[in-house]
Design a protein. Structure first.
Length: 106
């Protein structure tokens, strides 16, 4: 896969997209999947995530972004994720993060 599928049931709670060829994530990618509690995007080629991509995923508890090609993250990437308990960002190319990026996380 090179993008997030948009034809899955909107009630899914776990979306496993690991080991694909996704390079970018946009604001519209997860609008349909507001019930997600776990999102696994590890082992892709993600190099860019747009602002507020995960904004509507208020039930999300697990977010796996490790083993991608992320160099930076938008300051508001985690806004609305008050229930997030597990965040995996290792094995990317991140060097610095915005000072307030984790404010409001569970």
């Amino acid at each position: 896969l090179t993008s997030v599928p948009q034809d899955l049931p909107t009630s899914i709670t776990w979306l496993n997209l690991e080991h694909n060829a996704i390079t970018n994530l946009s604001q519209s990618d997860f609008l349909r999947y507001r019930a997600l509690t776990r999102l696994d995007l590890r082992y892709n080629q993600i190099s860019m995530i747009q602002n507020k991509t995960f904004h509507n995923l208020t039930s999300l508890t697990d977010l796996h972004l490790w083993y991608n090609q992320l160099r930076s993250l938008p300051v508001d990437i985690f806004v609305g994720l008050g229930n997030l308990q597990y965040l995996y960002l290792s094995s990317n190319q991140l060097t610095t993060l915005p000072a307030d990026i984790f404010v409001g996380l569970g």
